[in-house]
Design a binder for this molecule. Structure first.
Ligand code: MG
Length: 338
């Protein structure tokens, strides 16, 4: 968690979405903490009166580290919007008051366990199911879930598990009317995705490959993707996310909001982003109880398969500071203490 305190004493909160280990992206929590303490925060503190819109430019000399940068920009944006009395949704350009929720289902130990898990989510009201797939766990689980729920919007996510040689195998998923197949190939193999897109009829959606506006622009030009999963942490923040959203809308691509197992702090901002008009597919913006028995904010509860977009200033959720304190393992303060 990053807390930005303004000269007026206003608190802005954000969540760094890096995992403990660099398995999804090169970033990891301890690395983010280090780069924030060593380079990013001192740079922002050296510049007086920083607005959120200036953060990306000030931090540009430091390469990559999008998740660390996103956390700082988001905390400053939260404080700025609280000061100005504007909600995240209004600021970003939200056009909806609630967003459709999907759920991401991991690789199950067997088909029975998968069917039971999916059934729980369908009963809870989720409007779209995403199955994680990998070689050896793809066509059969997709077929079973599709047969059991013929009308359910369904998509798959391979997290880079396949190679260019797997095109014919991935085409076996075509009969199941999937919304999309997400990131089948290596994140650096954008051209490979363009080649694959000509060999399968299921739309290709990029996740890990899209690390910036420029990466999105190039992938679209190469016809490597027809749908983009926008994760604010992965692209360096909510402002870059809006730029990618606008680019996709201009080019006729659908976008949806991915998830990084956020607590209510990150989830609140994601739900606001997912309310922008180009987010036409349900996101992985699941209810708090999908991941946490107790959240650090008032929980996001799904009503009729939707989450309500917060309308209070900033991210618009109440943080349970006592609970947050009880689960805090380490803290560091950077900058002037006052
Ligand atoms: Mg993904």
């Amino acid at each position: 968690m990053v807390r930005a305190i303004t000269a007026e004493g206003i608190d802005g909160w954000a969540e760094c979405v890096a995992m403990s280990e660099p398995l999804y992206s090169p970033e990891y929590v301890a690395g983010c903490k280090d780069v924030i303490e060593r380079f990013l925060a001192p740079t922002l503190l050296a510049s007086s009166d920083v607005r959120a819109e200036e953060v990306a430019g000030l931090l540009k000399p430091f390469l990559s580290h999008q998740m660390a940068k996103a956390a700082l920009e988001s905390a400053i944006l939260d404080a700025q919007l609280k000061y100005e009395g504007i909600s995240f949704g209004s600021y970003l350009g939200a056009s909806k008051t609630a967003v459709d929720c999907g759920v991401s289902v991991g690789i199950a130990p067997n088909i029975d366990a998968l069917m039971e898990e999916v059934s729980t989510y369908v009963k809870a009201g989720y409007r779209r199911i995403k199955l994680k797939i990998e070689p050896g766990w793809d066509v059969v689980p997709v077929k079973e879930v599709r047969n059991a729920w013929p009308e359910m919007p369904l998509q798959v996510d391979a997290n880079q598990a396949y190679s260019r040689d797997d095109a014919a195998h991935l085409a076996l998923l075509d009969p199941f009317n999937l919304l999309l197949i997400e990131q089948p190939l290596d994140e650096h193999d954008v051209l490979g995705h363009a080649m694959l897109a000509r060999q399968v009829s299921t739309p290709i959606c990029l996740d890990e490959s899209i690390t910036s506006f420029e990466a999105a622009r190039d992938a679209i030009a190469l016809e490597a993707t027809t749908i983009i999963n926008i994760k604010p942490g992965r692209v360096g923040g909510y402002l870059e996310s809006v730029r990618i959203h606008d680019l996709c809308v201009e080019n006729g691509l659908a976008v949806w909001c991915g998830g990084m197992l956020e607590t209510g702090i990150g989830r609140a901002a994601n739900v606001a982003l997912a309310a922008l008009p180009g987010f036409t597919l349900p996101g992985d913006t699941s209810a708090s109880d999908r991941y946490f028995s107790k959240d650090i904010t008032n929980p996001f509860v799904m009503i009729d398969g939707r989450l309500t977009v917060p309308t209070a200033p900033g991210i618009g959720v109440d943080i349970d500071f006592e609970f947050l304190e009880s689960i805090t393992s380490t803290k560091s303060i950077i900058g002037h203490e006052s």
